[in-house]
Design a protein around this ligand. Structure first.
Ligand SMILES: [Zn+2]
Ligand SMILES: [Zn+2]
Length: 330
């Protein structure tokens, strides 16, 4: 185990780069949706964010999840080390419980307004591809790691289970954000086992009813069990609009703007946002639905401040990106 632990950064980096390269090629060969934003803008900024996130994470914690699991094994900390559960059972249960924790944490990040401010940055990407799966605010990464460390300390999972879970989660996050066109029967079958791109894309819809669904990153079962599963976007995968109502300019896709997004505008759109139920908001949603003619995002203007607006039947409906207001101004 010491050898595996010593090589953990290399193992994870190699797995990550291999999966990213494979999925990037797959996206080129069989894309699901037309791209609206030049790849160079999104990829350079999303990947720069990964570097920043990794550096902050490594500098902030003296030990990460796998290291803590090794320490817990040595010291006899945590449930599985105390009851001495059979190894195979402990591996499977640990991975299931870690995945359930990630699901619940994701629901929490949508429900609590302050946490939604951090997490909405993941949703503010205006296209949906493998690099979207890497786009998380560093503070969300730190909170997420703190929760994971607490769970590892309490559970005492085999270190191998934690390492496997981390590698699988990295790979599935790239896969389920991929802009790839899986044959429908394959998707129908596969989404019983793992969250597919078509399943997770629903979660990136601008429609709050769809944003607040399909929280799973790995196993699709929690959404089905907990009642948060939405099979398909109402407007179809090609017709749906990706993102949130706030932050719809190309400038918002730059890494410096991403980092300050939690501080900008109201925390509207979170899962407990009751304004989503007010007549104003219903009207807003109705307007959105009726102006989204096929929901294709069109480009207005040509420079950094390009606003990606929803194409209307007559004129354009501009989401309130500049005012940061939600449910008003339509
Ligand atoms: Zn989310
Ligand atoms: Zn996502």
């Amino acid at each position: 185990m010491d050898i595996i632990l010593a090589a953990e950064p290399e193992i994870r980096l190699t797995a990550f780069l291999s999966v990213l390269a494979a999925i990037a090629l797959w996206e080129l060969a069989a894309p699901r949706r037309r791209r609206d934003i030049p790849r160079v803008i999104r990829w350079s900024n999303n990947l720069a964010l990964v570097v920043i996130d990794t550096a902050i994470l490594r500098l902030s914690f003296p030990i990460l999840a796998v290291g803590l699991a090794v320490l817990a094994e040595e010291r006899g900390w945590g449930l599985f080390n105390i009851i001495e559960a059979p190894f195979g059972l402990a591996v499977i249960l640990s991975m299931l419980l870690l995945d359930l924790a990630i699901y619940l944490q994701h629901v929490m990040f949508h429900a609590v307004p302050a946490l939604w401010r951090l997490h909405r940055m993941h949703h503010a990407d205006l296209d949906f591809d493998a690099t979207t799966g890497l786009r998380f605010h560093p503070i969300e990464i730190l909170i997420s790691m703190a929760i994971k460390l607490a769970l590892v300390a309490a559970l005492g999972p085999p270190a191998v289970a934690v390492l496997l879970f981390e590698i699988i989660l990295n790979a599935t996050a790239l896969f389920n954000h991929a802009n790839i066109n899986l044959p429908r029967p394959v998707d129908r079958w596969l989404r019983w086992i793992v969250v597919t791109p078509d399943m997770h894309r629903v979660h990136h819809s601008v429609d709050p009813r769809e944003t607040n669904s399909n929280y799973g990153f790995n196993l699709p079962w929690w959404d089905r069990l907990m009642g948060t599963y939405v099979a398909q976007p109402a407007k179809g995968h090609e017709g749906m609009t990706i993102g949130i109502e706030q932050f719809r300019t190309t400038r918002d896709l730059w890494v410096d703007r991403m980092l300050i997004q939690p501080l900008r505008g109201p925390a509207s759109g979170h899962a407990l946002d009751t304004s989503a139920l007010t007549p104003t908001s219903r009207n807003s949603l109705w307007t959105l639905e009726n102006t989204v003619l096929g929901s294709r995002v069109t480009q207005k203007g040509t420079h950094d401040e390009t606003t990606y607006v929803l194409a209307g039947r007559s004129g354009c409906h501009t989401p309130p990106a500049s005012t940061g207001q939600h449910g008003t101004g339509h």
